[in-house]
Design a binder for this molecule. Structure first.
Ligand code: SF4
Ligand code: SF4
Length: 362
């Protein structure tokens, strides 16, 4: 374990112990609702099944409310945060009605948007419907962002959304950026731009090699760049001018505890659940359908939450291939569930990316 200092190992041990206790309880804390598959842009890195005019109809809101009622029967709704995703949630005309109902049932809620049609009026109506948090995507400065989103006005709209964020500090807001070959060198400029706008929270992701992004060399950064990105996050956090963190995936060895709030621990199916657009009961929106646990049109959500999800709560089955003899297993447990293919094999080990900078992603 030479990679880790004694101090870090002690902290990781404490975190591992805590996560074992949480596993026993598996309290639902975050519920994603994929409220539509319709989308108004066609992003290059999108791994979802969204289409401009999706053949999958939006889920009727009452069907989702049944899920909430099932949860409220067994858990405290105030402790379950509902995050509305898509597709693009703003394409639903009844989004405010949905938000208000969610709020009135006692659940705090927030949403993730591309910001393209988020006007000040819409923001205000969502605020009145009880919105607690909002996340917008920004994948570079103007040229790169519009290229990624394939839309010439996308950056301009995000810029206006950032102003709304600053005008409404009572609503938790953040910006997410997917790092790729085009925006990697631009990270300091993006940081400075966000700071100049008054933005306080920024999350950075790398794009995992699945779906169309897997075969696009522009979407994938090299291992050396990956380390450079983590160094950038660490340095920016130390500077303290903006609160930046890396996404939830991957055990990061010596970077653990320095690039995000918590130590790595995939919470999918442990504290995080999802309801997908077709009613599938999932754990986290990034995970393959092979790992869905039921469907709200056949199953009671909380019955499923309490009695299924075994592959998520006992991950010994993932201890194979390169994870089999890994000395970091106790801290990593085989990486995030979204990085398992249909046969349960590991798609990517983040630690290897850090340790072997000359390797490229497969
Ligand atoms: S080999 Fe597996 S358990 Fe070890 S760090 Fe990589 S993903 Fe995690
Ligand atoms: S499956 Fe992946 S994205 Fe989802 S919670 Fe786990 S690490 Fe995060």
């Amino acid at each position: 374990m030479s990679e880790l200092t004694l101090r870090k190992r002690i902290a990781l041990e404490a975190a591992a112990l805590m996560s074992r206790n949480i596993l026993k309880e598996h309290p639902l804390r975050q519920l994603f609702w994929e409220c539509t598959l319709r989308c108004n842009v066609n992003c290059r890195h999108c791994g979802s099944d969204c289409r401009k005019l999706s053949e999958v109809k939006d889920m009727p809101r009452e069907d989702f409310f049944h899920v909430l009622d099932s949860i409220a029967g067994r858990a405290d709704p105030h402790r379950v945060f509902v995050t509305i995703t898509g597709g693009e949630p703003l394409l639903r005309d009844d989004l405010e009605v949905c938000g208000k109902e969610i709020f009135e049932r006692g659940f705090p809620w927030g949403m993730v948007t591309n910001g393209l049609i988020l006007t000040p009026e819409r923001f205000e109506s969502l605020r009145k419907a009880g919105m607690h948090s909002i996340t917008v995507s920004m994948d570079g400065l103007e040229e790169n962002h519009n290229w990624m989103r394939r839309h010439p006005q996308s950056f301009q709209m995000v810029d206006q959304v950032l102003d709304l964020f600053v005008q409404h500090p009572q609503i938790a807001s953040d910006v997410v950026t997917c790092v790729n070959q085009r925006n990697y060198e631009q990270l300091p400029a993006i940081r400075d731009y966000l700071i100049s706008k008054g933005i306080g929270y920024w999350r950075i992701y790398s794009i995992f090699p699945v779906g169309r992004a897997a075969n696009d060399p522009v979407m994938q950064i090299s291992n050396e760049q990956y380390r450079g990105m983590l160094d950038f996050i660490r340095k920016t956090r130390q500077e303290g001018r903006i609160h930046v963190s890396y996404g939830c995936e991957g055990f990061l060895g010596r970077y653990e505890g320095e690039v995000r709030e918590l130590f790595f621990n995939c919470q999918a199916g442990v504290t995080v659940g999802s309801v997908m657009a077709d009613g599938s009961i999932a754990a986290c929106a990034s995970i393959r359908a092979d790992y869905h646990q039921g469907n709200i049109y056949e199953d009671d959500f909380m019955e499923v939450w309490e009695n299924r999800y075994m592959p998520y709560r006992n991950r010994e089955w993932m201890r194979k291939g390169e994870c089999k003899d890994c000395r970091y297993w106790r801290y990593c447990q085989g990486n995030g569930m979204h990085l398992r293919d249909g046969n349960g094999n590991l798609i990517l080990c983040h630690l290897k990316r850090i340790q072997e900078p000359s390797l490229t992603v497969k």
